[in-house]
Design a protein around this ligand. Sequence first.
Ligand code: UDX
Length: 450
Amino acid sequence: MNIAVIGTGYVGLVSGVCFAELGNRVICVDKDTRKIDILNSGGIPIYEPGLKELSEANRAADRLAFTSDLPGAVRQSDIIILAVGTPPLPNGEANLSYIEEAALEIAEAMNGYKIIVVKSTVPVGTNERLSDLIRRRTKHLFDSVSLPEFLREGSAIKDSLQPDRIIIGVDSPLAADTMVELHKPLTEQIVVTDIRSAEMIKYASNAFLATKISFINEIANICEKVGADVTQVAEGMGYDKRIGPAYLKAGIGYGGSCFPKDTRALIQIAGHVDYDFKLLRSVVEVNQGQRFNVIRKLETIFGGELQGRTVAVWGLAFKPNTDDVRDSPALEIIQFLVENGVKVKAHDPVAMGNFQALFGKEGVEWCNDALETAQGADALCLLTEWEEFADVDLKQLQSVLNRPILIDGRNVFEEEDLLGTNFVYYSVGRPSLNQGVKEQLPALPFVQNL
Ligand code: UDX
């Protein structure tokens, strides 16, 4: 099939490359000529393991091309996939101006029947609104499809080529057949549904996963008080097939370009139809508080006095294997520390440039590796679970720190890693690993079932 993908951000680029890998002829379009130049010279403007190699192989096989010429790409394609950004507006709603602009450009370029697919995450009803816009600008026939995307940064290629399911929202049998045909090589689990339900599936899925994370983070917070271990609790829960083990890792809360934006957007969507999504509002609130638990632990250790301390931070990306820092907990944590007179030293294997672009270069000492960051610090906070950090020898780490204080925001280290060290170690929801805390646990009141 001949496919045009509009937008070469994460979703667009990965989808374009993967559709080419399936044997289709794909042309990826972006207004940003700088990005197109990078792509045409064999580079990749984002960090995603394996993407560069796959893109190169498909370019060499003449199945993949990059251009800024949207009308040309539309004319030569049967399927047009919209994958432009829908970033949040200050009130949490999705900004649809880019997608509307792209839809109008597509309408004006059309030269025959097309299937117009929306892969960007958009509020329920947006596909219909875009169809109306296009219909007013063209005499040609077209069908609309909602094709929500579920890929995760860092494992985007695997998620695209081996998805758990494909959701196709459509109101035309012809478009439904074409889309099923296109995705058949990927999975048998193809759900064909109406357009509004497909739009909702995306928000509901992300909101549910975010809920799992906030749930386990609250359980972790309780574990810290009652002397239970959240990793054991999550494992025990996860064996129940109705619960499942995924997205039950306690930490410093979710970040990234999807969960924070989509949870807030779904609260807004519900609000527009006079529904107060109380549960999801709590999920967002818990997530916001969770990142500050790192600070609370530092304050406890330093007797409330952060001013003048040196704190090392390992990890700036919102999760490992990505250079993405959008809504990364590290942003707010570091900002708080700097504003409270803490000297911050920080390092991330790949996300330092993006972090500096958002945060600025001032106020933080940027370091080249894990040990250099820790050198002379009064405490170390691990915020992203990069392998590079997990591999550090803790005895060596202890020898370079000014004080052996380690706040592990991602539960990277285990009891055996700490053997032979004197770390004051705080993780998330595992109080028994905190130095000396086992003995201090309070006796719990006997609570009768009421
Ligand atoms: C997410 C969805 O998984 C994907 O389906 C959707 O299309 C886009 O949003 P992504 O943002 O790339 O993908 O990352 P993901 O791996 O889902 O992690 C999101 C955040 O949750 C990260 O900050 C991660 O650290 C955190 N997380 C995840 C936890 O804190 N605990 C977990 O158990 C899982």
